[in-house]
Design a protein around this ligand. Structure first.
Ligand SMILES: [Zn+2]
Ligand SMILES: [Zn+2]
Length: 157
């Protein structure tokens, strides 16, 4: 039991590729060996296989459809791996919003609040343009009337 874990064993452990019996032996060793515990933590964070496996289990993990060993692996991996935790959070958010229309509406409101204020500004600008446009048209009409009336008089005479 004093033998340290091999790199391969650590990576397999981190990736959850060992049998329950093998894991138990390693867990016992890790209880008394901080060196290997650090190796395992490193393995959790660095193992690409662990990430692929964890991400493949996310959906079943959310459905509580995993057995104890698999859900333990996902749980432990999320504690060690920030990039997987981020992806997991995104998955949880999309799930929650898909399941709840209210939450989705809230999320939409929050994301569009800035657009809404911009829209309000545009609408106000348009209103100001609309309110000024008839005045200029009237001014032009009255001017053209003034300009045309002497011409009409001249033509008549
Ligand atoms: Zn050790
Ligand atoms: Zn990962």
């Amino acid at each position: 039991m004093n033998e340290h874990l091999s790199k391969e064993t650590v990576l397999k452990y981190a990736a959850g590729m060992l049998t329950a019996q093998e894991r138990q032996n390693i867990d016992k060793h890790l209880d008394g060996c901080t060196i290997c515990l650090a190796k395992v933590a490193h393995g959790y964070a660095k193992s690409h296989e662990a990430c692929v496996r964890a991400q493949g289990l996310f959906a079943a993990y959310l459905d509580n459809a995993l057995d104890q060993q698999e859900s333990d692996f996902v749980q432990q991996h999320l504690l060690m791996c920030d990039s997987c935790l981020t992806k997991y959070d995104v998955l949880v958010e999309t799930r929650v919003s898909a399941e709840s229309f209210l939450n989705e509406a809230d999320a939409c409101d929050n994301s569009k609040s800035e657009e809404d204020t911009q829209m309000e500004k545009r609408l106000k600008e348009q209103c100001q343009q609309v309110s000024t446009e008839p005045k200029t048209e009237e001014m032009q009409k009255s001017k053209s009337r003034d300009a045309s009336s002497p011409l009409n008089k001249k033509k008549r005479t």
